[in-house]
Design a protein around this ligand. Structure first.
Ligand code: SAH
Length: 186
């Protein structure tokens, strides 16, 4: 986290606040997650340098960059075009060659590229997204905030050959996951 210039992932007006431990607006009614939750979710994924990772909700791209520093390759999906364009420009500028982006609804995952060693959802889901669990490799980990639209709990799902194991990592608050297997637009 020390290596990645977080100030580049927020607007110029918010740069002096970039290192505060709170979320900040990034436009389009979305937010960049606070550093603590980025660290907590990243740690929960137990990444190694050979892992292929799927991220749902690119947003500013800050969390994506953190994942790309640790893992082999990161596939990231964002539904809002303007945010994805900005994030991609930063990935190019910072020379991340192991980030693959896609515009669209990520609630169904990215079946063509799966299975994944790790999956991170950075928006709040109404329930554990089964399509994503299905795209976990054996030994794979998924972290996802699940709850209502005001507050959620962070779940870690671990999948092995016998089935899945679910751990609750505690309360959190995210913008909503909007899509076919998430919340509706309104
Ligand atoms: N990790 C990002 C979090 C951004 S907020 C950061 O720290 O900057 C969550 C993001 O998820 C928003 O950009 C929102 O547009 C996106 N999102 C919500 N539902 C989505 C979906 N179904 N598919 C892809 N992205 C989604």
């Amino acid at each position: 986290m020390r290596k990645i210039p977080r100030q580049l992932f927020v607007s110029e007006a918010l740069r002096d606040q970039a290192y505060g431990d709170f979320p900040l607006p990034i436009g389009e009614q979305q937010t960049i997650s606070q550093p603590f939750i980025v660290a907590e979710m990243t740690q929960a994924l137990q990444l190694t340098e050979n892992d292929r990772v799927l991220e749902i909700g690119t947003g500013s791209g800050y969390q994506t960059a953190i994942l790309a520093e640790i893992a082999y390759r990161v596939f990231t999906v964002e539904r809002i075009h303007a945010l994805l364009v900005k994030a991609r420009q930063l990935f190019d500028k910072l020379q991340y060659h192991n980030i693959v982006t896609r515009l669209g609804d990520g609630t169904a995952g990215w079946a063509e590229e799966g299975p994944f060693d790790a999956i991170m959802v950075t928006a709040g889901a109404p329930r554990i997204p089964e399509k994503l669990v299905a795209q976990l490799a054996a030994g794979g980990r998924l972290v996802v905030p699940v709850g209502d639209q005001h507050s959620q709990e962070l779940f870690k799902i671990y999948r092995d050959e016998h089935g899945i194991r679910k751990t609750n990592l505690g309360g959190c608050r995210f913008v909503k996951l909007v899509g076919e297997y998430g919340w509706g637009e309104k």
